[in-house]
Design a protein around this ligand. Structure first.
Ligand SMILES: *Cc1c(COP(=O)(O)O)cnc(C)c1O
Length: 382
């Protein structure tokens, strides 16, 4: 089975982890800060806080922004549930705003319609790997003092129209290093910002809300001190040195991974150009796409049959995503349901993500495309 995404590890990645294993620190040692610094430099931000997952990074971002009970956070429905869940973790209410029908990115017009006096943040998702229209989103958020957060879990390495990298555009941005993402630490995530105070709050949140780390404590004198202060309620969202050693090694290969993802996506585009039943998502002009996902739209009546046939043929196609507001938890807790975001709901019926990752070969891409054409031709309408 060719999966829709998977990690791409070499011997040097393994050697980096082994070397961390043999070092003095298994967790919260020099590899964490080194990885944070390297990602911050790559993306072009001054502050990076590495945590145990992308979900923890979203939670830390909500906490750092001071979002809490009574607040509303606007999110798109076409995303992984964690984007909305982070608002719920801090006691706020997620408010779903619909997406653009061609890109499935959060629609600024729909966001504007969902703003209320309680809105404290908007979380945009760089779905599939292209950046959202942050200029339009900022024009809505900034005058109202609403924080603009970017869930860049799909978009490490993407650039906007001005050449600014995903992760450096919004007030706070979040990455994931899950194995299907561009680079991996097994599990891991990061909060990125240019605001040192926000980064400090995220950093304390990562470690129980304790504001001094071991290094700062040892600055008290040759014998250190037992003192520390738990200023706020935090969590253990730390990431290990082992993981950060892996992430740092992976980061050196990111540009190569991106080049392969872009080459394979361009090949899919070319192979589907004369096939009207297979409609790839639109791209925003001037964007340097990071292609976490290659998403196509099929006739809704055939999507399920094509999905099953492709799986049977050994291709790990998938669907990204079931609109979050249709999940039972959200229906039950926030009275969401069908009709809330009609564009997302209609798009969902047609979506299919094709395998795309750097461990594939060009022949795999051709095989996926050929089999998809056949599966579509064979598929009975539902
Ligand atoms: C992967 C992902 C997350 C969560 O990341 P984890 O590291 O799995 O917790 C959040 N949002 C989006 C859009 C993602 O793709």
């Amino acid at each position: 089975m060719i999966p829709y995404g998977r990690q791409c590890l070499d011997d040097d990645d393994v050697a980096a982890v082994v070397s961390a294993l043999r070092s003095d620190f298994l967790t919260t040692g020099p590899a964490v800060a080194a990885f944070e610094g390297a990602v911050a430099a790559y993306v072009g931000v001054s502050q990076a806080v590495a945590v145990s997952s992308g979900t923890a990074a979203l939670h830390a971002a909500m906490h750092a922004l001071g979002i809490g009970p009574g607040d509303e956070v606007v999110v798109p429905p076409i995303t992984f549930a964690a984007t909305a869940n982070c608002a719920v973790y801090v006691g706020a209410a997620p408010v779903f705003a619909d997406v653009d029908p061609e890109t499935l990115l959060l629609s600024p017009r729909q966001v504007a319609a969902r703003i209320t006096p309680r809105t404290k943040a908007v979380i945009a998702v760089d779905y599939a790997g292209q950046t959202c229209d942050y200029a339009a989103l900022r024009a809505i958020c900034a005058p109202r003092g609403i924080a603009l957060v970017a869930d860049c879990c799909h978009a490490l390495g993407a650039r906007d129209e001005a050449g600014v990298r995903a992760g450096a555009i919004a007030d706070v941005s979040v990455l994931s290093f899950h194995p299907v993402k561009h680079i991996t630490t097994g599990e891991g995530g990061m909060v990125l910002t240019n605001d040192p105070a926000l980064a400090d709050r995220a950093r304390a949140f990562r470690s129980h809300g304790i504001s001094q780390d071991a290094a700062a404590r040892s600055a008290h004198g040759p014998f250190g001190t037992w003192e520390y202060a738990m200023e706020e309620l935090g969590y253990n969202y730390r990431i290990t040195d082992l993981q950060c050693a892996l992430g740092h090694s992976q980061l050196r290969k990111l540009d190569g991974f991106l080049a392969l993802r872009r080459r394979f996506a361009a090949l899919y585009d070319a192979l589907f150009a004369d096939c009207p039943g297979i409609e790839p998502l639109a791209r925003r002009p001037g964007i340097d796409h990071a292609y976490h996902l290659y998403v196509t739209r099929l006739p809704a009546a055939r999507r399920k049959a094509v999905f099953e046939d492709m799986r049977r043929r050994g291709f790990g196609v998938n669907v990204h995503y079931i609109p979050v507001h249709l999940h039972p938890f959200y229906r039950r807790t926030f009275q969401t349901g069908p009709g809330l975001c009609p564009t997302a709901e209609a798009a969902y019926e047609r979506l299919l993500s094709l395998p795309l990752h750097p461990a594939m070969a060009e022949a795999d891409v051709r095989a996926v495309a050929e089999n998809l054409r056949q599966a579509l031709a064979d598929a009975p309408a539902r």
